[in-house]
Design a protein around this ligand. Structure first.
Ligand SMILES: [Zn+2]
Length: 443
């Protein structure tokens, strides 16, 4: 049997998917195809698999599918893999045009593609491979945040949000995401909501907070028994959000800014003066962190707990304050800060920035159609999850770190291998049938 170091990148890729989400292939073939069966040139799962690979190897536009993935070797490799995965199906022996994929994605219900993503996450949770990353040994940290995905100068569709400043109106499609953010750097999409207006001249536009409530509903439905700890920014520091978390039995750590919840803030500061013993100082490598906390601060018709971290280094100081349902004490304050509240920024860095600037094309309009846009976005989440599983999994972690340095280079190499080297089918089959343990480093 081939050792992990000798696996080619496509072999490692299909082994990784098979290992972490064995049900993915069957689910991919189950996605409902709304097209007229008489006019289908390419089975939907063939198109969807290419679309996931497209974001993994970072094909940055619909048009480039033909040019970057249309090589005879890539097409032959695709067919070999599809034949192995779906021996009873017949597939087209050419690469489709980007417009063909766009046409198919216009009709697919985005909830089905979101469902594929959810299946991968559920599978990871069920395999218990993320257990070591839980907060207080129990709660999976999930950051929720919005980001601007697409901006247009002219009205793009009937559902665009609009914003006018200095007489100039822009039309945009943001997205609100929930991502599992783990301290080894994984940022995995567990929920997506698209803020959008019902019709063009709607008086009260949709917004991030409204989208959050919809997202929470889906998150609870998709992961009913999973203990989550929501990491939220100041926008969500309000009683209804806390109430919702309590109702769903989710823990929460919400950033408190001076302006948000001023009464809670003042109460906290006054009580802190009376409780100087609630302090913990940790010093290491030129960094000094001072933690303080107060439990049972009045917060509307309930109480909540507040804690803070003041970090001093040669570069300057940083100060964070959070609101939480966890009772804070000398023993857990450091964990709640370093492994909880401060992990929130990862949705921005490892999540949004990676997808905007790492070649995935988060800000690229892959379609003019609103439904297809959502599906392109969700397929990108699946591609990004698979790439991260390879980057952080023990199968390729060292190789990517030492010989490629980044996922960007990894994607280029994967593309080069898949377009230039014929996959050895018998070898791939043997590898898929061999048990290989893939682990994550807890960090
Ligand atoms: Zn639009």
């Amino acid at each position: 049997m081939t050792s992990a170091e000798e696996l080619t990148l496509p072999e490692a890729l299909f082994k990784t998917i098979d290992h972490f989400a064995p049900g993915f292939w069957a689910a991919l073939a189950e996605v409902k195809d709304p097209r007229n069966p008489l006019r289908i040139g390419y089975p939907l799962h063939q198109e969807l698999l290419v679309a996931v690979l497209m974001s993994m190897v970072k094909v940055d536009s619909r048009r480039n599918i033909k040019y970057k993935l249309g090589t005879p070797i890539f097409v032959a490799n695709m067919l070999a893999i599809l034949k192995r995965l779906y021996p009873k199906n017949v597939f087209a022996e050419t690469m489709f045009h980007g417009d063909t994929l766009n046409y198919a994605l216009k009709g697919v219900d985005p909830r089905e593609i979101r469902g594929l993503c959810t299946l991968v996450i559920r599978s990871l949770l069920r395999k218990r491979c993320l257990d070591d990353f839980r907060l207080k040994g129990l709660y999976y940290p999930v950051a929720v945040d919005g980001t601007g995905a697409l901006v247009f100068r002219d009205k793009h569709c009937d559902h665009c949000l609009r914003k006018t400043s200095n007489g100039q109106t822009i039309y945009y499609h943001p997205v609100v995401e929930a991502k599992l953010v783990l301290r080894n750097g994984l940022a995995l999409s567990v929920g997506t909501e698209f803020p959008e207006n019902e019709y063009p001249d709607v008086k009260k536009q949709d917004c991030e907070l409204k989208a959050f409530y919809r997202l929470a509903k889906t998150l609870k439905k998709d992961f009913p028994q999973t203990r989550l700890c929501l990491l939220l920014d100041g926008l969500f520091a309000c009683a209804p959000v806390v109430k919702l978390c309590e109702h769903n039995r989710w823990a929460y750590i919400i950033t408190l800014k001076e302006g948000s919840l001023p009464a809670v803030f003042q109460d906290y500061e006054a009580l802190l003066m009376l409780t100087p013993e609630n302090v913990r100082v940790v010093e290491c490598k030129g960094c000094r962190r001072t933690y303080r906390w107060i439990n049972d601060v009045d917060f509307g018709d309930r109480t909540a707990n507040v804690f803070e971290c003041l970090e001093e280094t040669a570069e300057g100081t940083k100060h964070f304050v959070w609101l939480t349902g966890f009772r804070v004490d000398d023993k857990n304050v450091e964990e709640l800060s370093e492994r909880g509240g401060r992990q929130r920024w990862k949705i921005e860095n490892e999540g949004f920035n990676a997808q905007k600037n790492g070649g995935y094309g988060l800000e690229h309009a892959f379609s003019e159609n609103n439904v297809a846009l959502k599906n392109f976005y969700l397929l990108m989440q699946i591609g990004h999850i698979f790439n991260q599983l390879m980057e952080k999994g023990s199968l390729l972690r060292e190789r990517i770190r030492v010989t490629m340095g980044s996922l960007k280079v990894f994607s280029q190499r994967l593309w080069a291998v898949m377009t230039e080297t014929v996959i050895d089918e018998a070898r791939l089959l043997a590898i898929l049938e061999t048990r290989i343990q893939i682990r994550f480093e807890a960090g």
